[in-house]
Design a protein around this ligand. Structure first.
Ligand SMILES: Nc1nc2c(ncn2[C@@H]2O[C@H](COP(=O)(O)OP(=O)(O)OP(=O)(O)O)[C@@H](O)[C@H]2O)c(=O)[nH]1
Ligand SMILES: [K+]
Ligand SMILES: [Mg+2]
Length: 364
């Protein structure tokens, strides 16, 4: 039996099994099995099957964003609208067949935006170009999930299921579980808080199913058994996702308003060029990009050439971005901007900077 059939069989069994206290452990085991087979699916297989032809686009710029969506939701239209690159758009499905990169210049940063073929249900198991598309998504810093505002909400769940199936976790934190395999000593299980979704017996069962008999496990969070399985498998990718509802020119104001209020969601119309600037601002936010200006002693800040940093940055990150040898010579920094109470403020290496701060490094 092939992996796909095994997966289908387990999915059928899970659908058949009623969810209750008595079947809880059995379902947990089925989930573990399913996760193992799916992990085999995304492993780079031997030479068989088409290679990612036209998908190996070189990473460039300060961040990479992948456009993921069903066919004809307007991905190519968006790329053509917000970058200088043209990507063919048309009213039929699968107009785009490869990966087409464009660049958005914003706040001094270059954001690489990748147009991709549409994906369909079953993409994770290799339907269409699903696997190549998903492989590109895994290499990006942000997934933009493009949805057709005129279509039903189920489209979003279907896409999420495809990405989940290959180990992509959207807008989720890595589970706070310590897990270490050992050579001997059996399974040592600890929880630092009361668990409501998983328990020691479930953890033991799942580990046995993975043929793991010696390990330390510490739950530091009230995780589910799915999250524990993610930790065992280990190759999960935790990514930000921005949901973009396109074609709002086709729906009522009330509907637009509802969609716009959903978490991590924005509404646009590529054809009417509605909210295009807002889309770019939201990319910046969701990528956690930051612009920091540097200044030499006694000189004006260099407003022409900001440093572009990503996510929760400290003065140490700023030092590294200037030059890798600077940290060793660091004495203190002077900072002007929103990260300080007064400007300039003298700060240490672990000070967290804000967007548009000006930083002067004082060396030993
Ligand atoms: N009404 C409306 N139509 C749009 C909008 N944006 C794109 N379209 C239309 O939607 C159709 C599909 O657009 P594409 O850009 O080719 O969609 P795609 O997602 O790249 O499609 P594939 O490459 O086939 O997956 C085209 O006919 C576009 O003109 C929009 O904002 N409003
Ligand atoms: K199309
Ligand atoms: Mg396209």
């Amino acid at each position: 039996m092939g992996i796909l059939e095994k997966i289908a069989e387990i999915e059928r069994e899970m659908a058949r099994t009623q969810k209750n206290k008595a079947t809880e452990y059995h379902l947990g085991l089925l989930k573990a099995k399913l996760a193992r087979y799916r992990a085999q699916l995304i492993e780079p297989t031997s030479k068989s099957g088409p290679k990612g032809e036209g998908f190996d686009v070189l990473k460039s710029g300060d961040a990479r964003v992948a456009l993921i969506g069903f066919p004809s939701v307007g991905k190519s239209t968006l790329l053509t609208t917000v970058t200088k690159t043209q990507s063919e758009a048309a009213g039929y499905e699968f107009t785009t067949l490869t990966c087409i990169p464009g660049v958005i210049e914003y706040n001094g940063a270059n954001i690489q935006l990748l147009d991709l073929p549409g994906i369909i249900e079953g993409a994770a198991q290799g339907k269409g170009r699903g696997r190549q598309v998903i492989a590109v998504a895994r290499t990006s810093d942000l997934v933009v999930m493009m949805l057709d505002a005129t279509k039903k909400e189920i489209q979003k769940e279907l896409l999420e299921t495809e990405l989940e199936a290959v180990g992509i976790r959207l807008n989720k934190q890595r589970p706070n579980i310590y897990f270490k395999q050992k050579k001997a000593g059996g399974i040592k299980f600890t929880a630092t808080l009361n668990l409501t979704k998983c328990d020691e017996k479930m953890v033991q069962n799942i580990l046995h199913d993975f043929k793991i008999f010696n390990a330390d496990v510490i739950f530091r969070e009230d995780c589910t058994c799915d999250e524990f399985i993610d930790v065992i498998i280990g190759n999960r990718v935790y990514m930000s996702c921005l949901y973009v509802y396109n074609k709002i020119d086709q729906i009522s104001m009330e509907e637009v308003d509802k969609l716009a209020r959903r978490p991590h969601s924005i509404v646009i119309s590529c054809n009417m060029k509605l909210n295009m600037d807002y889309f770019v601002e939201e990319l910046w936010e969701h990528l956690g990009l930051m612009r920091v200006y540097t200044k030499r002693q006694g000189k004006k800040p260099d407003f022409e050439d900001p440093l572009i940093l990503r996510g929760g940055c400290t003065i140490e990150h700023v030092c590294h971005a200037i030059h890798r040898t600077i940290v060793a010579q660091f004495r203190y920094a002077l900072v002007w901007g929103r990260s300080c109470k007064f400007s300039p403020q003298r700060v240490g290496i672990s000070h967290t900077v804000c967007n548009d701060d000006v930083v002067q490094i004082v060396k030993k």
